[in-house]
Design a protein around this ligand. Structure first.
Ligand code: THU
Length: 136
């Protein structure tokens, strides 16, 4: 369970991090803040590239920072965009690898919470680690 206050402070962190987004091509800055089950918080921003496909989303930056610091159990991630857009398919897939119960808080540029969903709700029938174990 995430309290309203905890959720809002995670959104505020994503909003603040979003200022560091490197999005000169899309001009669509995104900020994310991921809280692990141990209580650590990792922020992320989208990082674009002049070779367009090499850019990366904010959510994945936050996840990869956490994984590289030894954290794999996630509780909640907040995502802030101008218009309250929800995570792209690739980010849903990457998040799903580490748990379908991770809560996703979707907020707009003012930091207003618009939607609360789980990764499992965002990516039904996800392909995951168990699919590789059930090979016949
Ligand atoms: N973007 C994210 O950072 N997260 C998403 O879930 C959707 C899209 C970024 C990628 C690109 O830098 C910009 O937003 C426009 O697509």
């Amino acid at each position: 369970m995430i309290t309203k206050e905890d959720g809002q402070s995670l959104i505020d962190l994503a909003k603040e991090a979003r200022k560091n987004a490197y999005a000169p091509y899309s001009k669509f800055p995104v900020g994310a803040a991921l809280r692990t089950k141990t209580g650590r918080i990792f922020t992320g921003v989208n990082i674009e590239n002049s070779a367009y496909p090499d850019g990366t989303c904010a959510e994945r930056v936050a996840v990869f920072k956490a994984i590289s610091e030894g954290e794999r159990a996630f509780e909640v991630i907040s995502v802030v965009t101008d218009n309250g857009g929800s995570p792209c398919g690739a980010c849903r897939q990457v998040l799903s690898e580490f748990g379908l119960d991770t809560v996703v808080l979707i907020a707009d540029g003012k930091g207003k919470l618009l939607k609360t969903m789980t990764v499992g709700e965002l990516l039904p029938e996800a392909f995951g680690p168990r699919n590789l174990k059930e090979r016949r």
